[in-house]
Ligand binder design. Structure first.
Ligand code: FES
Ligand SMILES: [Fe+2]
Length: 439
């Protein structure tokens, strides 16, 4: 349970808010490279940390991220002409380069040097693994990008995906680190005896509760959830969170799955998730035979909120099928909602845009949620009051983490026993991803 002020502190991200200032110390994923596909392609509306920005790829291939309102008289640069290494406002022809410099002011007399005095807000960008990263922070020399394995693989640019949900970023992030919902929301209609014998899927379904341990890590926090497996083994399901909004969810075999997600706030009430996961099969068809199918998306529009919206939405109750729910069998049979991602979305968006966490009743299996909130509150306050650099900003190494499941002897200390398996950029050819089972 949080105090109302604490809840506000860690959920609000607009310019000038404590969490907004905190997040602006980091590089943040802003858009997919494919949204500005070619030099001089169409400008794009991007809402990021509560700021309205226009992204454009200039003639040289560089991506600009510039204030929406033209510095002259405020017309939107979305309507601009993207030409000859800059974005030209169509109202009076002022033109800006990717750094925000005004490079042409054709409605002023030729002898005027006014254009050298005008600068648009423009944020630095870097592209890696199919994602355009932005730095909205105060440093003149930005910190390094985080060493995120899922964004640094040879095929990362093909696997990068984005999904928008209409609720606060922290609600969605908390769903990632809440392990016991999985046995109900996602797998409640499945039976342990129908799973591959000896797989994680089987043991996960046999015992729905879990003994839960949380540790602090250099970059954030991790949990181990222990369940009984065979006589001489226990099943540990391990997941990680890194500052400020990265999660590494536990499906898969620890040591083989690469990557995670960023839950990036568009504003206080909308989150854009950037998925950067490599090395895990990704079904392409909506067959219903796997819980991890790719959900159907609406076509993108040019609206601020028009990017990457699933067809299943709060307005259509996520296409809830009560008959399927009554059946209580199969991947979608507990909820009647199709797809793991949309089952999660129905829960996190149904709390309201920003849930008032002073009304909660948290149990022992919410230990990770509690830890992450406490870490965020402490770090935001330290930044706000004493200017302490947020964790991980100058330490790209702390993002070199992995999550997943593992069998260990009953008396093993999971933290020591998995130290190497939790390290990214290490190959473990001896491990078999099939151990996971389908879940
Ligand atoms: S408003 Fe953009 S050039 Fe005048
Ligand atoms: Fe979930």
């Amino acid at each position: 349970m949080l105090k109302v002020e604490e809840n506000e502190l860690i959920t609000r991200v607009g310019p000038g808010t404590p969490m907004g200032n905190f997040m602006r110390e980091y590089w943040v994923p802003a858009l997919l490279s494919s949204e500005v596909p070619t030099p001089d392609s169409d400008p794009l509306r991007v809402l990021l940390l509560g700021e309205q920005l226009i992204a454009f790829r200039d003639t040289n291939g560089n991506v600009g991220l510039i204030q929406n309102n033209c510095p002259h008289r405020g017309a939107s640069l979305f309507f601009g002409r993207n030409e000859e290494a800059g974005l030209r406002c169509v109202y009076h022809g002022w033109k800006f380069d990717v750094e925000g410099r005004c490079i042409d002011m054709p409605n002023e007399p030729a002898e005027s040097d006014f254009k050298s005095k005008v600068k648009a807000v423009a944020y630095r960008t870097q592209e890696r693994g199919g994602i355009v990263w932005a730095y909205l922070g105060p440093r003149s020399t930005p910190p390094p990008l985080p060493d995120l394995e899922g964004n640094m693989q040879p095929d990362s640019d093909k696997l990068a995906r984005a999904t928008q949900l209409p609720c606060n970023w922290l609600q969605v992030l908390e769903g990632d680190i809440d392990t016991t919902h999985v046995g109900f929301l996602h797998y409640g209609g499945l039976r342990a005896e129908e799973q591959v014998p000896g797989s994680f899927s089987e043991y996960q379904l046999r015992v729905k509760t879990a003994h839960f341990e949380v540790i602090d890590t250099e970059g954030g926090a991790a949990y181990g959830a222990r369940r009984p497996a065979s006589e001489d083994q226990v099943y540990w399901r391990i997941a990680q969170w890194c500052f400020p909004f990265y999660t590494f969810t536990p499906p898969g075999v620890l040591g083989t799955k690469k990557g995670g997600s960023a839950r990036v706030p568009m504003d206080d009430n909308h989150v854009l998730t950037f998925n950067m996961t490599s090395g895990r099969p990704r079904p392409t068809q909506q067959t219903g035979s796997s819980p991890f199918f790719q959900q159907a998306m609406q076509p993108n529009t040019t609206d601020w909120y028009g990017r990457f919206r699933p067809v299943q939405q709060p307005e259509n109750d996520y296409q809830l099928d009560r008959e399927a729910q009554r059946s209580n069998t199969g991947f979608n049979g507990y909820t009647g909602i199709t797809g793991v991602g949309m089952q999660d979305a129905a829960m996190t968006t149904s709390m309201g845009r920003i849930y008032d966490r002073s009304k909660e009743h948290l149990g022992t299996t919410d230990a990770m949620v509690i830890r992450v909130r406490r870490r965020l509150i402490a770090a935001v306050q330290a930044h706000m009051k004493h200017g302490v650099t947020p964790p991980g900003v100058d330490d790209p190494d702390v993002y070199r983490v992995r999550s997943g499941g593992v069998f260990l002897p009953p008396d093993a200390d999971w933290v020591d026993a998995t130290r190497e398996l939790r390290q990214a950029f290490v190959e473990h050819p001896e491990l078999d991803p099939a151990l996971n089972g389908p879940l």
